[in-house]
Design a binder for this molecule. Structure first.
Ligand code: ATP
Ligand code: MG
Length: 708
């Protein structure tokens, strides 16, 4: 490794802009030596034939904050302890919270091996606590009740409001009391189907306060999807809203919710009560259909309720919520997370990965309908005591500069979004970013898909002006919290790599037979021991839990993702294992080919899939979305193929380029490659479960453009 590695000094930021201006791609085919290492703000490395950008750890690059952890050595010492002594390591952090009854000294235990019996995980055994109490009451009691908790930013830039920690707590208590008055209590399920208004996290926290289990269904889902999720958990209550504005579209959420409830009844589950929050600017009360005896307005429900509500102290392993995965690879799984471990882990990752302190202004663009909106909106940041932006709208309305306008308006310090949003904003050009100051920004986060190095660079150099570390966080609905992520300003970054594991996470790479691979290697990404926020079961189907996650490689939790570990021990997610393409015996991850395509200045987004090829076994079929204003041509097709050939190698050169105005994505913004595989092989009649597909029209569009 070392010998084959060399560093070339180059300001990649400048290089990228030069390329956009039409200059030749500056990536070196052969590595050269460094003229002056100390002034290298960024560099390109060649590791095992992979071109790798490097942003060295130079604290002066990011002068605006001091990390909690001073250096890599301190991280390594803490990491080692977290793995060897989980009881002690996590126990010490848990002391920062209120526990009604303390956990036992040896509080962790788990069986990760299907051969030794049922999979079983326990954290903070014996402890009694409540996550709502720790997220809200604790701060109010410490005298911080007046601190802004939610800075709500509506779909329209002129529409906003602020709620303090005390105001949020009051509203949570009133809703908790009302839910109790309906007979909802510990262990009962409550479905929540709402847009991004403060009442959404408030409803979640109210459930947590009384020990009820929330199941948030993303507000963009159809009545059918909602019905299935309501019936699955036998919800005692559905909390929804009258309507919602998304961009310039008005959505009749209540109408969809009504249909969902009807369909759920047909599936055998009757929901006795529907609580409706009025969203005046979308659909006012007078225009909302109300079902007598079943529906109640939120405002009326809480009107007479006290702002004090007794806390239900629950066992650390009491279920907190269930949530379905995004459905990128198959039909969604109902993941169950439990209170204590989830609380301690989301708090710790929020604090270290975002370098977050009490009172920091933080903005996560994810909807609460996804795990990111649970762990890094409703729970983690409130446990830290941050002030956060809750955004109802979309990043491109009214214009592609909305995000930066909001960043300036609230002086956002940590900004967390998905590669899909980054790529789409990048596509619109730098000008929209540059017309806003963005001086408050300190950290830029990414989650949801591998972030292509080109998009990483743009995020770092243009959005962050080169002063903000990028935290590329690899994790899953199932893991509850960040698993592999940089601790900002503690170690150097490599664009496209999620870098090193978080405390308590022991990632391993295994081959197809389940043998652990050492050192530099590429394989299936597994986790070897339990971490505090590991999912405990699949709702109502422990068998599926074991088969899906623990049976493929006995002794390990299997993530379903592939990864490469480089000479520095950094992890590079190569994509879903199911999506790996095998060309003439070369196993090729989707992420690498896609990143090579996106590195071309005219390519905005790319998705590759394999298809049957008579000679190579599999061929590479690439869907390409071009930058705004760029037109497809035969020359461009050849250029793109040549660019992959020179970046990765001839074996990875795409056989087909399919021009794509858009890509099929899940509602959470992930590319659905299984759908693209079907289109490539003309099997679009057999798409499988597409209930989480954001825009079904894209599929037809791609079919029509096939072969053009
Ligand atoms: P399903 O499990 O139903 O197919 P899903 O896997 O898309 O859906 P999520 O739990 O929302 O559901 O997504 C987790 C997946 O997202 C990971 O397994 C990984 O493939 C991808 N992912 C998330 N963050 C990153 C990241 N920073 N880098 C690379 N991949 C990421
Ligand atoms: Mg998954």
């Amino acid at each position: 490794g070392e010998a084959r590695r060399a560093v070339r000094a180059a300001d990649c930021g400048r290089a990228r802009r030069a390329r956009v201006a039409g200059a030749a791609r500056p990536r070196p085919a052969v590595a050269r030596s460094v003229p002056d290492k100390t002034v290298a703000a960024a560099a390109v490395e060649v590791v095992e034939g992979h071109h790798v950008d490097v942003v060295p750890h130079v604290p002066s690059n990011y002068p605006h904050f001091t990390p909690f952890i001073e250096n890599v050595e301190q991280y390594r010492a803490m990491y080692k302890r977290s793995i060897e002594d989980p009881d002690g390591f996590w126990g010490e952090i848990a002391e920062e919270f209120h526990w009604e009854r303390k956990w036992e000294e040896k509080h962790t235990s788990w069986n990760f091996d299907v051969r030794k019996g049922p999979i079983h995980i326990e954290w903070f055994k014996g402890g009694l606590t409540n996550i709502c109490y720790n997220a809200l009451d604790r701060h109010v009691q410490e005298g911080n009740g007046d601190r802004p908790c939610f800075l709500w930013e509506g779909n329209e830039p002129s529409d906003d409001s602020v709620m303090s920690y005390k105001q949020v707590l009051d509203e949570v208590c009133r809703m908790a009391n009302y839910l109790r008055s309906l007979g909802v209590g510990k262990g009962d399920a409550v479905s929540i189907y709402m847009p991004m208004v403060c009442e959404l996290p408030i409803a979640m926290l109210a459930c947590a306060r009384i020990g009820a289990v929330h199941s948030v269904v993303f507000g963009g889902f159809s009545a059918e999807a909602l019905a299935g999720r309501i019936a699955d958990c036998k919800a005692k209550v559905l909390i929804t809203s009258s309507g919602v504005m998304r961009g310039n579209k008005k959505i009749d959420l209540k109408g969809i919710a009504d249909r969902g409830v009807e369909l759920a009844a047909k599936e055998g589950h009757e929901v006795p009560t529907v609580i409706v929050r009025e969203i005046k600017h979308a659909v006012p009360r007078k225009d909302t259909k109300v079902v007598e005896g079943r529906d109640v307005w939120w405002e009326d429900a809480v009107a007479g309720q006290s702002t004090e509500a007794e806390v239900e102290w629950v066992e650390a392993d009491h279920p907190l919520f269930l949530l379905y995965t995004s459905g990128s690879t198959g039909n969604p799984k109902g993941v169950v997370h439990c209170t204590g471990g989830y609380m301690v882990y989301t708090y710790t990752t929020t604090k270290y990965v975002f370098n977050m302190q009490e009172g920091d202004v933080y903005w996560c663009t994810a909807d609460c309908g996804w795990i990111t909106g649970h762990s890094y909106l409703t729970y983690g940041p409130l446990l830290v005591g941050a002030t956060q932006v809750v955004f109802e709208g979309v990043p491109t309305y009214p214009g592609p500069d909305r995000c930066w306008q909001v960043v300036d308006k609230y002086k956002v310090k940590q900004f967390y979004t998905a590669p899909t949003a980054i790529r789409s904003l990048m596509r619109s050009g730098d000008l929209y970013v540059k017309e806003h100051g963005r001086d408050s920004l300190r950290i830029l986060g990414s989650v949801g898909e591998p972030i292509n190095p080109e998009a990483w660079r743009w995020y770092h150099d243009v959005v962050g002006d080169g002063r903000c570390p990028v935290v590329d966080t690899w994790w899953q609905t199932e893991t509850g919290g960040h698993m592999i992520a940089p601790l900002p300003n503690v170690w150097r970054q490599k664009p496209g790599s999620a870098t090193l594991p978080f405390f308590g996470v022991l990632p391993v790479l295994v081959d197809e037979k389940g043998n652990e691979l050492e050192g530099e290697a590429e394989g299936m990404l597994c986790i070897k021991q339990a971490w505090p926020s590991c999912l405990r079961t699949v709702y109502g189907d422990h068998e599926r839990y074991q088969t899906n996650y623990f049976a493929p490689f006995p002794g390990y939790y299997f993530s379903g993702d592939g990864a490469r570990r480089d000479a520095d021990g950094y992890f590079w997610i190569t994509g879903r294992v199911d999506d790996v393409i095998n060309v003439s015996g070369h196993r090729i991850g989707t992420a690498e080919v896609e990143s090579a395509l996106v590195a071309h200045p005219k390519c905005a987004e790319a998705a590759v899939v394999g298809y049957e090829h008579p000679i190579k076994g599999q061929g590479i079929y690439a869907y390409v979305t071009l930058m705004e204003g760029v037109h497809q041509s035969e020359d461009l097709r050849r250029e793109l193929v040549a660019s992959v050939r020179s970046t990765i190698g001839a074996f990875a050169a795409p056989d087909v380029i399919h021009w794509a105005p858009g890509l099929p994505k899940t509602r959470s913004g992930k590319i659905m490659r299984r759908v693209l595989r079907k289109i490539a092989t003309k099997q679009e009649d057999e798409l499988g479960d597409t209930s989480t597909l954001a825009d079904p029209a894209v599929v037809q569009q791609l079919v029509e453009l096939r072969g053009k």
